[in-house]
Ligand binder design. Structure first.
Ligand SMILES: NC(=O)c1ccc[n+]([C@@H]2O[C@H](COP(=O)([O-])OP(=O)(O)OC[C@H]3O[C@@H](n4cnc5c(N)ncnc54)[C@H](O)[C@@H]3O)[C@@H](O)[C@H]2O)c1
Length: 372
């Protein structure tokens, strides 16, 4: 199969769909890999590293789209890229179609087959191609939060680990899923006093079993949150209710109960944010203050560490990419129901129920399509 990887063109996107290692694995299986020039530069992979892996570099995205049987990307195709997709071409990338009618209509009109990273599942009911980005955002949260806690950035001037004779920062993590667990691990590793709140008792049991000596866990109620935030130096918002906007767990009125210069890191901002005063910010201008409390609310946190994010995403996508290239999308989806769960669009038909519901469009079952 001819596998094409264009340079990402969405503003502030420095990741790339294929690493040189992924290219090498594909070439070793007899596939041809075509990379747009400088596609990997934002993640620290130059053209030579792809050439060494056996890939071919081309000058333009047009050449990539015109030549490849399968396009591998990171972000959803932008309008100019969607015009280059063609009937029968396979697209493997993040799509997030439900809030995006323009993209959905363009993909349907193109006749392509589109498999969305974010809806591929695993046997534990997880989302294996979203998890790496949650891991990155979770581990980054205490890092950016501790920077915000510094006096010059508006914070309380508290060191995460304290020093001998001076206590550590108190960090509250609301939501103990993928983001929250990784955030708590790193915050505890920096020496902070960490408490994780969650609403799922099985999740709290798991956290206690595995991390009992490293951080504390507590059942999440409005009362527990109200009490804990009064003494907190940093609160990390990491909740998710699948398919719904994030619940608002700290109100504006509650900010006045917090210490001046305390920090809120709202990782759930991509779902609307879990603090009333959160509004999405960018890496160029990541923090702001409300009522004396600092807020960090960057909606695409993994972009700050594009190289780590690219490699982590590539590790997760590669087995699926190789299956799609090796077997063709239909056989690969017939063999793997979790990959089939990623099928969102095929030959002008929408195949993902939640997108159809969100956009009021007819949906054909993916099983009917692969078994046709
Ligand atoms: N800003 C970014 O760059 C970025 C990057 C990755 C993920 N995210 C977002 O981070 C959020 C968390 O993602 P995740 O992968 O950890 O999800 P997850 O499903 O693994 O974990 C969410 C957890 O929140 C818990 N929860 C739900 N309601 C709660 C409540 N009221 N109180 C306490 N806990 C509650 C759930 O029980 C679950 O354990 C999502 O909104 C995701 O989109 C943002």
């Amino acid at each position: 199969m001819k596998i094409g990887c264009p340079k990402e063109i969405k503003p502030q996107e420095f990741r790339v769909g294929m690493t040189p290692n992924a290219a090498q694995e594909a070439v070793a299986r007899g596939h041809e890999v075509i990379i747009e020039t400088n596609a990997g530069m934002g993640s620290g992979f130059d053209n030579d590293s792809y050439v060494a892996a056996g890939a071919r570099i081309v000058d333009t995205a047009e050449e990539v789209f015109a030549t490849a049987d399968m396009i591998v990307k990171v972000k959803e195709p932008q309008a100019v890229e969607r015009k280059m997709l063609r009937e029968g071409q396979l697209l493997f990338t993040y799509l997030h179609l439900a809030p995006d009618p323009d993209q959905t209509h363009d993909l349907l009109a193109s006749g392509c087959t589109a498999i969305a990273y974010e809806t591929v599942t695993d046997r534990n009911g997880g989302l294996p191609l979203l998890a790496p980005m949650s891991e990155v955002a979770g581990r980054l949260a205490p890092q950016v939060g501790s920077w915000t806690l510094q006096k010059a950035n508006g914070g309380r001037g508290v060191l995460m680990g304290g020093v001998p004779g001076v206590g550590p920062a108190k960090v509250i993590v609301i939501g103990g899923g993928v983001v929250g667990t990784h955030a708590a691990k790193i915050a505890a590793g920096m020496g902070a006093d960490v408490t994780v709140l969650d609403r799922s008792l099985p999740r709290l049991r798991y956290l206690d079993d595995v991390f009992g000596g490293t951080f504390k866990s507590q059942y999440s109620t409005a009362g527990a949150t109200a009490e804990l935030i009064q003494d907190a130096d940093m609160v990390i918002g990491a909740v998710l209710i699948p398919g719904a906007a994030a619940p608002k767990l700290i109100s504006r009125a509650q900010l006045s109960t917090m210490k001046p210069g305390a920090v809120l890191v709202d990782v759930a901002i991509d779902q609307g944010g879990c603090f009333e005063t959160s509004k999405a910010t960018t890496h160029a201008d990541p923090i702001y203050e409300v009522d004396g409390v600092m807020h960090y609310c960057v909606a695409n946190m993994p972009g700050a560490v594009a190289r780590t994010s690219t490699i982590a995403l590539g590790n997760a996508t590669m087995p699926f990419l190789l299956a799609l290239a090796g077997k063709g999308w239909k056989k690969a989806c017939q063999d793997d129901p979790h990959l089939l769960a990623g099928l969102n669009v095929h030959a002008g038909q929408l195949t993902y129920e939640a997108v159809g519901t969100a956009l009021g469009l007819d949906v054909v079952s993916p099983e009917a399509i692969v078994n046709a």
